[in-house]
Design a protein around this ligand. Structure first.
Ligand code: PMP
Length: 372
């Protein structure tokens, strides 16, 4: 069969675009116009406001953490801190960082052990096990700290071969966003970005991207555009708001927005680069996530929180004529155990087969023989 394309000239096809390894597929995620969401939310877009999402959900392992995993491993390899085939990557993480490390460990030839509280979903454990990582569960009462203590214990027992990359403190975190996420946003918006909206987990995405676009003498980034950087956090855990001098509102406690609101102010974040913090409740985040799915954009719950926050900004008078870019951190299928999918799950489980039209004749559908 001859493949034929009428619009592509031979000169366009003399460079093959084939990645040689999975990590080559990290980055260069696309931007998508989200103004239909603004309109649905009742925002008047006639003043020229434009909402754009950066789909980190389309990375090789479907989250913004793919960048981080690669960056931390690359830097550690460069510094001679880890050696393929010898070092064991040990990390306390239940989230997308664990998935990124698991897939990169396969690519590079590392043994990878991930510790996490026993409350993490079976799907999450399966994802990691299927990628060849080892998973160690820790008591739920001790939460993340328990997972950290276990990871340290495992490292102590590995005769000096265990290594923790530690996303919450690693310089390679903000660095990769300064070197890739920020420049991509600048390039793909032709420098037209006015506002960046990002959720905060470790703070790497928001810090690195802003450093590049706002400009940072320390890191020799020279764009220096006066963008407004907005951080998003769960309303049930308003630590960043408080750190910026704002007031916490409503009851504080656990939230349901996986990936952000880690319950601490991470060392990686540079709060001076953050102009504003918008807090979004878990319920609001789920509602917006559902709207994104219903617009054909299946993403995780934190993406809903971030888009909800961006919509709030876009509804203000000051948003007139502005281009607002928000980071969409992860793909949606990973969150099917989240309560927001409970009804869908129930519906799927309660389904039964429908009778076929009778008499049923296979040959009508192009099959050569009648149904046996
Ligand atoms: N992963 C997910 C699923 C998130 O929701 C977020 C916050 N938007 C991040 C990662 C961002 O991470 P970080 O601050 O660690 O760069």
């Amino acid at each position: 069969m001859k493949l034929c394309c009428t619009t592509m000239a031979d000169s366009d096809i003399n460079e093959m675009r084939i990645a040689s390894r999975p990590s080559d597929l990290i980055g260069n995620t696309p931007l998508i116009d989200l103004n239909t969401i603004l309109i649905e939310e009742g925002v008047d877009v006639s003043n020229g406001v434009r909402l754009v999402g950066k789909l980190e959900s389309l990375g090789p392992c479907s989250s913004v953490k793919d960048r981080l995993g690669k960056s931390m491993i690359d830097e550690a390899e460069k510094k001679g801190l880890i050696t393929p085939g010898k070092s064991v990557l040990v990390e306390p993480t239940s989230g997308n960082t664990g998935i990124a490390l698991a897939f990169l460990a396969r690519e590079r030839g590392y043994r990878c052990i991930l510790t996490m509280p026993e409350t993490m979903s079976v799907e999450r454990r399966m994802m990691l096990l299927a990628l060849g990582a080892e998973v160690v569960l820790t008591p739920k009462e001790k939460a993340v700290v328990g997972a950290l203590a276990k990871a340290n214990e495992i490292i102590d027992g590995l005769d000096g071969n265990g290594y923790m990359l530690n996303q919450f403190e690693n310089d390679a975190n903000a660095k990769i966003h300064r070197e890739t996420t920020g420049p991509e946003i600048w390039r793909d918006t032709c420098g037209k970005i006015d506002v960046l909206v990002s959720g905060v987990g470790t703070g790497g995405t928001i810090t690195g991207s802003t450093q590049y676009i706002k400009g940072s003498e320390e890191f020799n980034c020279t764009k220096k555009k006066a963008i407004r950087t907005i951080a998003v956090e769960p309303q049930e855990q308003m630590l960043l708001t408080a750190a910026k001098g704002g007031e916490k509102k409503g009851p504080q406690g656990p939230h349901k927005i996986q990936g952000m609101g880690a319950g601490l102010i991470p060392k990686v974040i540079d709060l001076d680069l953050v102009d504003e913090v918008i807090a979004i409740h878990s319920t609001e985040a789920s509602e917006m996530t559902n709207k994104l799915w219903m617009s054909g954009i299946p993403v995780g719950v934190s993406s809903g929180a971030i888009v909800a926050a961006a919509c709030k900004y876009c509804g203000r008078a000051e948003a007139e004529g502005k281009m607002v870019v928000c980071i969409i951190p992860s793909f949606g299928e990973r969150y099917f155990t989240h309560p927001m999918f409970a009804q869908v799950k129930e519906k799927a489980e309660a389904m039964y087969k429908q009778p076929l039209p009778e008499p049923f004749d296979n040959t009508e559908f192009g099959f050569p023989t009648p149904r046996g």
